[in-house]
Design a binder for this molecule. Structure first.
Ligand code: M6R
Length: 608
């Protein structure tokens, strides 16, 4: 995730910027840069790679003298990781410089308009639009220019800005991307996250949406987007550096679970336009979409589970046949890819060796490959014919949560688009689906906030030996992921079964007290599922049910029920997975496991 640090004061800015950025390294980044006003003009150094490179290039900041500056670590979104895409970004005559976290959703539109007015772009980023837009509106009054661009930009942003002809001021502004400011001994500091400022101050101001800060060496003023002054209270931060890195959460996994509403919103919102789904990066006309005869989805682990969910969604909603395969199987089985098959590979890291090999194999067989990838510029993103990014931001915990949720959204969007183009969903159905999708972030948040109930339940099962997850249809796919979450971090043996398979062998494993988690979100399968629950219950299983609000019928077959809010039948995975993630998490911490780094596992599996 990108990181911002800015400083204005009596000390040299560059070493403070480098130090602050180093405290944000844990968040993941691919390039870094700093810009400092040297008394005459703004100097800038930026580079792809680790902060160490920037540190060497600037001799620890010595080659950039000056007491006002901004710095940035970039996690690529628009444009690959490179020197030119690294922040900061200048306006046309290098007199305004900007660092940015977030995504400017209407940047292409703004870019086109600016290009018509003669602005030249040197990077592929959305951020460069901000620098040129400021230039366009700037008439000597920085505050006014900032408020004007806020009215033009859609999306999320935290910005640090320096105007060369106002060198005693530093500006910062935010919308839907965090930003804090604080007084330090002899100056003021801005940052995207607490760890960057802890060494300098423990009293910070949290900037709220659409608030602007104007700082000098000794003053700090806050304004609304209408340039009205605002009074703000500082907050004392008691966290140590470890807690601060995790945003105050106990583990990265918990923090990332809490980032799911944002990951979901960031993934759908740039693709919902005027009641339609626009996925420009697909590079497919309606005719191309209509020509698709079959979808072949290939992935590993949790990404494979999102593929299985989407099989049910694509087939039911778009009436398109879908095959899903594990990349490690696909690559060695001489797959048959008939003409008209679209291959979709799904990967958070974009570096999973088997998935990459499956992509190459598909291309050799003549198929077009669409990558659904989280890490911009990763191998899969580079090699796929087209890439649809999930905007989950960097995921640090080995057990995926927010990237998984973002992958589901990307797949729902594709299914909706294909269904619409193929005439399987009409405008009013699309409107409802979009409405339901927009409701998901708040519903996920609500489920996360009910974590206490799951924690209490999990504490009763810390000594469990085997846990089975059962479901039918999409609920089987949810069960697969719920089971993986539990076993990979708690080391409790767990399996997921299609509930109808129980009688074909698995039911012999059920004994007194065995925990069975039953997922039932598909109304037309309630009855069948309840029968399966009764079957295991009568053999002594303790049955935990995850089901839709209102399905009280389930209570006759379950010992404990967790209800999820109402959504349509396709999106239930996005909600039902939340209690299951929490369940795995609380069992694991109750057993004293290292949830963020489970034994024997790596975040990115780059070898076979
Ligand atoms: O980076 P990828 O999405 O390609 O990784 C695939 C799997 O290794 C990954 O989903 C793994 O199963 C997760 N750590 C599970 O939480």
């Amino acid at each position: 995730m990108c990181g911002i640090v800015g400083y204005i004061g009596n000390k040299q800015a560059a070493p403070i910027l480098l130090d602050g950025l180093s405290k944000l390294e844990y968040r993941g980044y691919d390039s870094a840069g700093i810009a400092v006003y040297n008394g005459e003009k703004i100097d800038m150094v930026k580079s792809k790679g680790r902060l160490k490179v920037l540190d060497e290039l600037t001799h620890g900041g010595e080659t950039l003298p000056g007491t006002v500056g901004i710095g940035h670590t970039r996690w690529a979104t628009h444009g690959s990781p490179s020197d030119k895409n690294a922040h900061p970004h200048f306006n046309k005559d290098n007199s305004i410089v900007v660092v940015h976290n977030g995504i400017i959703e209407n940047y292409l539109k703004l870019k086109k308009k600016l290009e018509k007015k003669g602005y030249k772009f040197v990077s592929e980023t959305d951020t460069e639009v901000v620098a040129h837009l400021l230039d366009y509106y700037y008439n000597g009054n920085p505050l006014q220019a900032v408020t004007k661009i806020m009215h033009r930009m859609e999306g999320s942003y935290a910005l640090g800005i320096i105007f060369q002809d106002h060198p005693d001021e530093l500006y910062a502004v935010r919308k839907d991307s965090p930003l804090i400011v604080g007084h330090t001994d002899g100056g003021n500091i801005i940052a995207s996250d607490v760890p960057a400022v802890l060494k300098y101050t423990r009293n910070v101001f949290f900037i709220e949406n659409e608030e602007i800060v104007r700082m000098t060496r000794d003053t700090m003023e806050f304004f609304t987007v209408d340039e009205e002054p605002i009074e703000k209270e500082s907050v004392k931060i008691d966290w140590d550096i470890n807690a601060a890195e995790k945003g105050g959460y106990e583990h990265f996994m918990l923090k990332e679970m809490y980032e799911q509403p944002k990951a979901i919103t960031d993934t759908f919102s740039p693709r919902l336009k005027d009641g339609n789904i626009v996925i420009e990066e697909l590079n497919m006309s309606d005719e191309d979409i209509k020509a698709i005869k079959k979808i072949m989805i290939v992935a590993c682990g949790s990404a494979y589970h999102t593929g299985i969910t989407s099989k049910y969604v694509f087939e039911d909603m778009a009436r398109l046949p879908v095959e899903v395969d594990l990349a490690s199987e696909f690559r060695y089985r001489r797959p048959i890819l008939e003409e008209g098959t679209l291959v979709i590979v799904i990967s958070q890291s974009g570096e999973t060796a088997d998935t990459l090999a499956a992509l190459r194999e598909s291309q050799e067989l003549g198929a077009k490959v669409l990558g659904i990838v989280n890490v911009v510029g990763s191998s899969i993103a580079r090699e796929a014919d087209n890439v649809m990014y999930t905007w989950a931001g960097p995921e640090i915990a080995v057990a995926t949560t927010k990237a998984y949720s973002a992958q589901l959204i990307a797949l729902y969007l594709l299914a909706m688009k294909f269904a619409y183009v193929r005439g399987m969903v009409d405008a009013s159905e699309m409107e409802e689906l979009i409405r339901d999708m927009k409701a998901l972030p708040a519903q996920v948040e609500m489920l996360l906030n009910n974590k206490g109930k799951i924690q209490r339940f999990a504490n009763r099962y810390l000594a469990a030996k085997d846990v089975f997850f059962i479901g039918r249809g999409i609920d089987y796919a949810i069960s697969l992921e719920g089971s993986l979450k539990l076993k990979e971090i708690s080391y409790i043996h767990s399996e997921a079964y299609a509930a109808g398979e129980l009688k074909h062998g698995t039911i012999s494993l059920i004994e007194e007290g065995t925990l069975v988690a039953a997922v039932l979100t598909q109304r037309d399968l309630y009855k069948k599922m309840i029968s399966n629950m009764v079957e295991v219950g009568t053999r002594g299983a303790f049955v935990l049910a995850v089901t839709n609000e209102g399905n009280v019928e389930v209570e006759r077959a379950a010992d404990y029920v967790i209800y999820i809010p109402e959504t349509n039948k396709y999106f239930t995975n996005s909600l039902a997975i939340i209690p299951l993630q929490l369940f795995g998490y609380y069992i694991a911490i109750g057993r004293g496991c290292d949830v963020d780094k489970p034994r024997n596992l790596a975040k990115s599996v780059t070898v076979e």
